[in-house]
Design a protein around this ligand. Structure first.
Ligand code: ADP
Length: 485
C-alpha cells in the first residue's frame, strides 16, 4: 500500500519550538517517514515562535469562537516541515514558554489551549478540509491526548489513532467540571473514557481510546506496566498491553554530525577522532575549566529535574575532584538544582563549571569535547543525549533504566572481549552506584586503548531514525489497511 498520509498532532516541533526531546522526535520523524513513503503533516499551536517562522501560510479553515476567540488553521511550511498551524491568538500568542509563563507557572487555560489543538486535530481528521484525508492520526503526549476522545465521541468513521507517550510523568489532569466546557458529552466521563480518579485525564483518555499506544523504548514500555513506574496508569496499560509497543527514538544525523558540525572548532569523523582533543580544549576554555588535556572531563546536557537524577552528580562532586576529573554542566530547570550547580561551580573553580540555560551550541560542544557524558536518570523513556554522545564519541555513563538500557551496551568484560560495549551502565540509581560507575570510567581512563575502543563502538552504532522510522511506517501501514485495529 502506498500514499499513506499521517496527521501528527504535536505541542512542540524542532526547530520551531522545543522544550525537550519530544520536539526532536516530532521534527525528525516527519522527515524520516518521508523516506518510507509516508507523508506527515503536523498540526502545531500557533505560538509566536511558530507563526514568526512559517512560510506560505494559507488559511484552510476558519473557526469562530474556539474556546473564547476566533481561530484559523493555516497550511504552511517551515524548515522543511509540512504544517497545519492553529492560529488562535487568544490561546497561543503570548510571551513565555509553550506550557508556562516566564514565572514558570503553567498557563491557567492550558486545558482549553490543548483541547483546542485536539478539537481541530479531530476536525481535520474527519475531513473538514476536504483536500486532506489522513489515514492515521498520530498524537504526541497529553497535550494531544483528547484528539482520540473528540474522535471517539463524534461517532463518524474516523482514521486510525496512535498515541505516543514520550513521558508518562506528564498526564494533563483537570477538574471534572470542565467536561461540558471542553465540549465533551456526559458519557465521556466514564472509566473507559476521559475519567481519571474523579478528574479529566487527557493522557488517560488517549490511552483508553486510541487504537495503538507507542512509547519511546521497549524497556520503558515494560516499565510503565508496573506499579512502581506506571504513575497510576499501569493498570490501564496492562489491560491494553496488546496495543502497546515500544519504538526507540533516533537522532537527526544532519543536526548531529561531528564531521560537519559548524559549532565545533575541529569537526571530526570516527577515523579522525583524535581531533576530539581540540574540541576538549575549546570546551574547557568555554566553561572556564583548567586547560588540562589529561583531566577526565565529564559533561552533562540535561533538564535539571528530579527525573534526571542530577542531584546524584552533586553528591559525587568530591569523588570527581578526588579522581582528578572535571565537570561541565549545561542545563536549566528546577530553581533549587540550578542554585546547587551554581554554588558547586563557585566552590570548585577550574574543576566544576555550570552554564545555566538552553544553548544548542554549547550542547554540541559538550558532546564533542567531553570524555564522558553523565546520564543518571531515575527514569528515562528513551533519552536522546546518550545517543548524541555515542555519535560524537563521548562515552555515556548512564542509569540502567528505560531507553538507556535499550541504547547503551555496558562495556563489561565479556562485551569488550566481543568488541561490543558502548558505555557504562549502573544500578540501582543511587549516588553510591553512580560513584562506582564514575570510578569505573576513571579506571578506563588509565587504559586508553580500551576507552578508545568503547568510543569507536559508540560512534559506529546506528543511532539514526532509519530503523525507528521503518517500525513506525510498518505500524502506520498496518493501521491504514485496518489490520491493526
Ligand atoms: P527530555 O526530553 O526528557 O528533556 P531527552 O534526552 O529525550 O530529554 O532530550 C533532551 C533534548 O534537549 C536533547 O536534544 C538535548 O540535547 C537537549 N537539551 C537538554 N537540555 C539542554 C540545554 N540546556 N541546552 C541545549 N540543549 C538541551
Amino acid at each position: 500500500m502506498s500514499g499513506i498520509t499521517v496527521l501528527s498532532v504535536a505541542p512542540e516541533i524542532y526547530p520551531l519550538i522545543k522544550t525537550g526531546g519530544l520536539a526532536d522526535v516530532t521534527g525528525a520523524l516527519a522527515g524520516a517517514l518521508a523516506a518510507e513513503g509516508i507523508a506527515v503533516v503536523t498540526l502545531v499551536p500557533g505560538y509566536p515562535a511558530v507563526t514568526n517562522k512559517i512560510n506560505a501560510a494559507e488559511p484552510v479553515l476558519t473557526i469562530p469562537n474556539l474556546f473564547g476567540g476566533d481561530a484559523r488553521v493555516l497550511r504552511a511550511t517551515a524548515a522543511g516541515l509540512d504544517l497545519f498551524v492553529l492560529d488562535a491568538p487568544h490561546l497561543f500568542a503570548r510571551p513565555g514558554g509553550p506550557y508556562a509563563g516566564r514565572d514558570g507557572r503553567d498557563w491557567p487555560d492550558n486545558p482549553f489551549r490543548f483541547a483546542a489543538l485536539c478539537q481541530i486535530a479531530a476536525r481535520l481528521a474527519l475531513g473538514e478540509y476536504p483536500r486532506f484525508r489522513p489515514d492515521v492520526v498520530h498524537a504526541h503526549d497529553w497535550q494531544a491526548g483528547l484528539t482520540a476522545a473528540y474522535l471517539a465521541y463524534d461517532g463518524r468513521p474516523r482514521p486510525a489513532t496512535v498515541i505516543t507517550v514520550h513521558n508518562l510523568a506528564f498526564q494533563g489532569q483537570y477538574p471534572a467540571a470542565l467536561l461540558a466546557p471542553l465540549g465533551l458529552p456526559p458519557r465521556a466521563f466514564a472509566l473507559d473514557g476521559v475519567e481519571y480518579y474523579g478528574m479529566i485525564g487527557f493522557l488517560k483518555a488517549a490511552l483508553c481510546l486510541s487504537d495503538k499506544i507507542t512509547t519511546v523504548s521497549p524497556s520503558y514500555a515494560a516499565e510503565i506496566c508496573t506499579p512502581e513506574n506506571g504513575m497510576g496508569l499501569d493498570g490501564l496499560l496492562r489491560a491494553r498491553s496488546d496495543a502497546l509497543i515500544g519504538i526507540l527514538n533516533g537522532i537527526d544525523e544532519a543536526i548531529w554530525n561531528p564531521r560537519e558540525d559548524a559549532w565545533l572548532v575541529a569537526p571530526y569523523s570516527i577515523r579522525t577522532r583524535a581531533r576530539r582533543s581540540l574540541n576538549k580544549a575549546a570546551l574547557q576554555k568555554h566553561f572556564g575549566l583548567a586547560s588540562e588535556p589529561d583531566a577526565l572531563l565529564f559533561g552533562v546536557v540535561s533538564r535539571l529535574a528530579w527525573q534526571k537524577g542530577v542531584d546524584l552528580i552533586l553528591a559525587n562532586l568530591d569523588l570527581i575532584e578526588r579522581l582528578g576529573g572535571q565537570l561541565a554542566v549545561l542545563g536549566s530547570g528546577e530553581p533549587a538544582l540550578e542554585e546547587a550547580f551554581r554554588a558547586a561551580a563557585k566552590a570548585r573553580p577550574g574543576c566544576v563549571s555550570t552554564i545555566l540555560g538552553y544553548d544548542e551550541r554549547t550542547a554540541h560542544m559538550i558532546q564533542a569535547g567531553a570524555d564522558a557524558l553523565l546520564v543518571p536518570s531515575r527514569f528515562e523513556p528513551c533519552g536522546l543525549t546518550q545517543l548524541c554522545a555515542m555519535r560524537y564519541g563521548a562515552v555515556p555513563i548512564a542509569a540502567r533504566v528505560g531507553g538507556l538500557v535499550d541504547t547503551i551496551v555496558d562495556a563489561n568484560e565479556m562485551a569488550l572481549a566481543s568488541s561490543l560495549g558502548t558505555g557504562i551502565l549502573f544500578s540501582p540509581v543511587t549516588s553510591g552506584a553512580f560513584g562506582a560507575a564514575i570510578e569505573r570510567a576513571r579506571k578506563l581512563w588509565d587504559a586508553p586503548k580500551v576507552l578508545d575502543r568503547i568510543r569507536a563502538n559508540g560512534m559506529k552504532t546506528d543511532v539514526s531514525w532509519r530503523r525507528p522510522a521503518a517500525a513506525y511506517a510498518r505500524l502506520f501501514r498496518d493501521l491504514a489497511r485496518g489490520a491493526a485495529r
